[in-house]
Design a protein. Structure first.
Length: 234
């Protein structure tokens, strides 16, 4: 990794890997490993193919999921520093040939015919008015616009357009209020062919939503039994 000035590179264990980063990118949140583990659960019944991660940051969430599942991985990250760390972390994990990092905007990152059975999305989700609470975080990594959903809406559309039939999207959100806000977006946006199946709540401010565009019945039925239930994780 090259830079014009010295940086303090840090590292932390994140599930099956050690992730490197510095203060120019969002510090990895250990709780988000729940998203990687959930992807591994779903992969056992999903169709073959690579995992897609949107707003990948330093890449640890998608990379952990790829290691757990043995799948290839496509990561999209607009920030060049974060994308560089995603490549570095993949190489350090011995996965550089199985991980492709696209340093571009998510709106233009995928070819029209690309499809994925599992999509992870980690967009910035704080309302602009709230970002001052997190002064050490890069603004672009946490600022989700006036209502916190600017990039979330884009991720939802990309997932709707690029999920295989019966695919699953795992979306990070800011707790139960944003779960309800995303559900409202799904109900009112005619171009989105996604349904909310389940939420796993970490705490009052952080959660992961499972969305689908029509899971096969063998997957949908057991998940629907716990749909919209909260699952506490450490």
């Amino acid at each position: 990794m090259t830079t014009s000035q010295p940086v303090d590179t840090q590292s932390q264990v994140f599930g099956p890997l050690v992730v490197c980063y510095d203060d120019r990118v969002l510090t990895p949140r250990p709780w988000t490993l729940v998203q990687s583990r959930w992807a591994a659960e779903l992969a056992a019944q999903a169709t073959t193919g690579p995992i897609l991660e949107l707003c990948a940051g330093a890449g640890q969430i998608g990379l952990a999921a790829a290691i757990m599942t043995g799948r290839a991985l496509v990561q999209v990250e607009a920030d060049p520093v974060a994308a560089d760390y995603a490549r570095t972390n993949a190489a350090a994990a011995g996965r550089d040939t199985q991980v492709k990092v696209r340093n571009t905007r998510i709106q233009t990152a995928l070819a029209a015919d690309e499809r994925f059975s599992i999509i992870l999305a980690d967009p910035p989700y704080l309302p602009t008015a709230d970002i001052a609470r997190w002064p050490d975080d890069p603004v672009t990594a946490i600022d989700g616009g006036a209502d916190g959903l600017d990039l979330t809406r884009v991720c939802l559309q990309v997932a709707s357009d690029h999920l295989t039939r019966g695919g699953a999207m795992l979306l990070q959100v800011a707790g139960e209020p944003q779960v309800r806000a995303v559900a409202a977006v799904l109900e009112t946006t005619v171009t989105l062919e996604l349904t909310h199946l389940e939420t796993r709540q970490h705490d009052g401010d952080r959660a992961v939503m499972l969305l689908t565009n029509g899971l096969p019945s063998r997957i949908r039925e057991p998940l629907a039994q716990g749909a919209r239930c909260d699952h506490k994780s450490a």
